[in-house]
Ligand binder design. Structure first.
Ligand code: ATP
Ligand code: MG
Length: 351
């Protein structure tokens, strides 16, 4: 008697895949293409010779994260279903994407084109808009950064010579210009993070170590604002796959938001725990600020949404973008008083 829970040996898997109109690709962890069916090749205009190449090479004209098989998928960090938007000259094609990590490393990725006019839910629309902004920003941010560096350099040269000549007022103007130049600079930095044209360096990291590295900055900022810092962290946590510098950026954005929301005498509590069921780490950054009114909670992740006179409104957008890329998530909750930023990070292996 056979086992009715097992697929029979002659199961017509190819016919099924064909009927489901699935584009399938199988890649190894290093990006080698093990298999790509015809529909996958059609979806993404692959040529015959592309199959001999590394998947990174095939899509090298895209930032890795906009590739149909992004590094986190290839590394098996991101699993499950999402929506993938592919822009071509003819327009955009929208796919349901299914990513399944393989036990020996690498992944199977299946694509199914959505035919109906797409009703993207609000969250996906936002993610798409974000990636568009990112792509746009990445193109121009670098161009702005270079002249800005030159401007900054010359202003800094100018300052001491004005001071030397006793031109205090002029020197003050230059200081003001420098301050504004720095503001543009930090806006550009955020932009660059959204677009991420730089090399992303994913590796196994200990998030507690990342947080520990940040502690001097967090401590000095809390001290400066006269707020109390409470830590509730476990002795160890399983590793996650992430770029440690980008993770720092996420933590820092969230900490800054909390501190900016609080008056003197507030309290910031950072806690973390591992959820073995979901195999993820849950970080909570809880502040005692005024909280976020329900009608705004919905908009705080919109790029450029800010309630601060000096804010860019990109902080949380950047966090969301960076976390999404590693299969993580961020959510803010606020009930009456205080706000908590919840950050979820998927863990890997040996937990
Ligand atoms: N901990 C918090 N308490 C209260 N409001 C918050 C908190 N975190 C975020 N917000 C709200 O969400 C908005 C968006 O935050 P985000 O970090 O994206 O931008 P920003 O902080 O305004 O600007 P930037 O990050 O560039 O300084 C904030 O302007 C604020 O209204
Ligand atoms: Mg912010």
């Amino acid at each position: 008697m056979g086992d009715a829970r097992k697929l029979p040996a002659n199961f017509p898997i190819d016919d099924l895949i064909d009927m489901l109109r699935l584009g399938i690709v199988v890649v190894r962890e290093n990006g080698e293409i093990v298999y790509a069916n015809e529909r996958f090749r059609e979806f993404f205009s692959l040529r015959e010779e592309d199959l001999q190449k590394n998947i990174e090479e095939v899509f090298k004209f895209l930032f890795p994260d906009y590739s149909p098989v992004s590094p986190p998928i290839r590394l098996g960090v991101v699993r499950g279903e999402d929506v993938f938007v592919w822009r071509t000259e003819e327009g955009r094609r929208v796919f349901q994407r299914f990513s399944i990590p393989l036990p020996e490393g690498g992944a199977v990725v299946a694509f199914r084109e959505t035919q109906e006019p797409i009703v993207l839910d609000e969250k996906l629309l936002r993610a798409d808009r974000l990636s568009l902004i990112g792509q746009m920003a990445a193109g121009t941010a670098h161009e702005i950064r270079n002249p800005l560096t030159a401007i900054r350099g010359f202003l800094q040269l100018l300052l001491p010579s004005l001071e030397g000549k006793g031109l205090e007022q002029e020197a003050n103007y230059v200081r003001l210009i420098l301050k504004e130049v720095d503001r543009i600079g930090s806006l550009i930095d955020q932009f660059l993070l959204l677009g991420k044209p730089r090399e992303v360096n994913y590796k196994k990291v200990d998030v507690l170590g990342v947080l520990r590295d940040l502690m001097p900055v967090i401590e000095s900022e809390t001290l400066l604002r006269d707020t109390e810092l409470v830590l509730s962290l476990p002795g160890s946590l399983p590793p996650v796959i992430a770029d440690p510098d980008l993770l720092k950026q996420v933590f820092l954005n969230v900490v800054r938001n909390a501190l900016e929301a609080m008056e003197r005498g507030g309290m910031l509590t950072i806690s973390a725990e591992y959820d073995p069921e979901e195999r993820q780490i849950h970080f909570a950054f809880a502040d005692t600020g005024p909280g976020i009114p329900p009608y705004l909670l919905d908009r705080i992740f919109d790029p450029f949404f800010t309630t601060k006179p000096e804010g860019t409104g990109l902080g949380l957008s950047v966090c969301q973008r960076l976390l999404q890329d590693i299969g993580g998530n961020i959510r803010l909750t606020s009930k009456g008083r205080g706000t908590t930023a919840h950050i979820y990070l998927p863990t890997v292996g040996g937990a």
